[in-house]
Ligand binder design. Structure first.
Ligand code: ARG
Length: 456
């Protein structure tokens, strides 16, 4: 029987019931639904809206239902309309008349609004913790490879020498912003909507601050229409998660390139790679590819939420039931991705020799060669041109700037002397870039320190 049986003369059509029902996806909020109900029952008891004894019986009944669902003794009915209806129905089954008093001064509209906030607040903390774990793994790796020289790229062309530690710390910066966005999203959802009722609060003398403090909310919502119909925090969380996925996806792309034979900068651990069904030699970076691929579904979740919300007149409309699958999928997906991604990074084998080889062959110290002339008084444009001529000469002779004899240097520009070899050594190129934000080993080490303190 439906909650609205008094108004209706027929039961709902079976297939329509399935269409209307959200229990298959909102049952995961059973704990939060019960927590919300316990707080509400306590508050209406304290405010004298129902008898103290009835309030206590309801709280006890709800605690027992929670224990029974946790232990598996009570199965959630897949035919119920939603988790709120199921819990309330079960309470009434157990307590009779008293159970029917729980919904005094409340609506499912403010109930679902509080449940989803309670649920997501926990998940935001979980995701934040997982992102911090990845940051910490990256800091360890960056420290270990703080002086490992590799080519830095623009346009995927070798550009200037950097350190592997510096490259990894770039991802750390992105993840730190992600953490900040998660914390901001958390603050926005830390607002208690119960008491908004269906849309216009209630005439009962409720005390919303009691419910808010029982549930651990920072504050109560200040407008009842907004209280029941705000899903900004879902869109914000999906957007924050989408940006995390962009970062994981870019990183995955690099991992995939780095473990190709063309690069071979790293090798993934066997536990985080897969083989081929036909090609015995293959070792594939499936995990990184899947993370890159799964970013697509998360962006889809964000698009779902934005589109569901954009045309809804105030206040609650059933469209909003569509919020849950999308935000839950985004949350589940980013957690799954981080669960696989972090240990994949932690266990990857880095091959510094190959990074070094790649760094030695792309004339990535050409800028430093030009800068050497500038430091000796040449205008940069002239130094640039002379170095360009030298690079062309090296390519013609099959040499590098390191192996080109000094006489050849002098033929192009007589300002050159033996000191040039020191100036273009990759170590000096990297460690000379010690301004804030630079790739010098010492910088990497101090950045690692800074970040470790930040995430403590
Ligand atoms: N299952 C509904 C949802 O997720 C709960 C709120 C129902 N309220 C209503 N007026 N039908 O949005």
């Amino acid at each position: 029987m439906k909650l609205w049986a008094g108004r209706f003369s027929k039961e709902i059509d079976k297939k329509t019931n399935d269409f209307n029902s959200s229990i298959s996806f909102d049952s995961r909020m059973y704990r939060e639904d019960i927590e919300g109900s316990i707080a509400h029952a306590t508050m209406i008891g304290e405010c004298g809206i129902i008898e103290k004894s009835e309030s206590e019986a309801i709280v006890k009944g709800l605690e027992e239902i929670l224990a029974d669902i946790d232990s598996g003794k009570l199965q959630i009915d897949p035919n119920a309309e939603d988790i709120h209806t199921f819990i309330e129905g079960e309470l009434t089954k157990r307590l009779g008349q008293t159970g029917k008093r729980l919904h005094t001064a409340r609506s499912r509209n403010d109930q679902v609004a509080v449940d989803i906030r309670l649920y997501l607040k926990k998940e935001v903390k979980n995701i934040e913790k997982m992102v911090k774990e990845l940051v910490s793994v990256l800091c360890d790796k960056a420290e270990q490879y703080s002086s490992t020289v590799m080519p830095g790229y623009t346009h995927l062309q070798r550009a200037q020498p950097i350190t592997f530690g510096h490259h990894l710390m770039a991802y750390v910066e992105m993840l730190l912003r992600d953490i900040d966005r998660l914390q901001c999203t958390y603050r926005h959802m830390d607002e208690m909507p119960l008491g908004s009722g269906a849309l216009a609060t209630t005439t009962y003398p409720i005390d919303r601050n009691i419910t808010a403090s029982l549930l651990g909310f920072d504050r109560v919502s200040q407008n009842s229409l907004d209280g029941v119909s705000d899903r900004d925090f879902c869109m914000e969380l999906a957007s924050t998660i989408s940006i995390i996925m962009v970062h994981l996806s870019r990183f995955s792309e690099e991992i995939i390139m780095w473990c190709s034979w063309e690069f071979k900068f790293i090798e993934l651990d066997d536990a985080f790679s897969t083989g081929s069904s036909i090609m015995p030699q293959k070792k594939n970076p499936d995990i990184a590819e899947l993370v890159r691929g799964k970013s697509g579904r998360v962006f889809g979740d964000l698009m779902t939420l934005l589109t569901v919300m954009k045309g809804i007149a105030l206040a609650y409309n059933k469209d909003m039931q569509e919020d849950k699958e999308a935000i839950f999928d985004a949350v589940d997906t980013v957690k799954m991705c981080l669960t696989a991604f972090t240990p994949m990074i932690e266990t990857m084998k880095v091959i510094p020799e190959n990074m070094r080889k790649a760094a030695a062959n792309g004339f990535i110290n050409a800028t430093d060669c030009a800068d050497y002339l500038v430091k000796k008084g040449l205008p940069f444009r002239d130094a640039y041109k002379a170095t360009g001529t030298l690079v062309a000469l090296c390519i013609e002779k099959g040499l590098t700037l390191e192996t080109l004899p000094i006489e050849e240097y002098k033929k192009v520009c007589d300002t050159f002397d033996e000191g040039v070899y020191d100036a273009i050594s990759l170590e000096n190129c990297v460690n000379g870039r010690k301004v804030i934000g630079g790739p010098a080993s010492a910088n990497v080490i101090s950045q690692v320190e800074r970040v470790r303190n930040l995430i403590k």
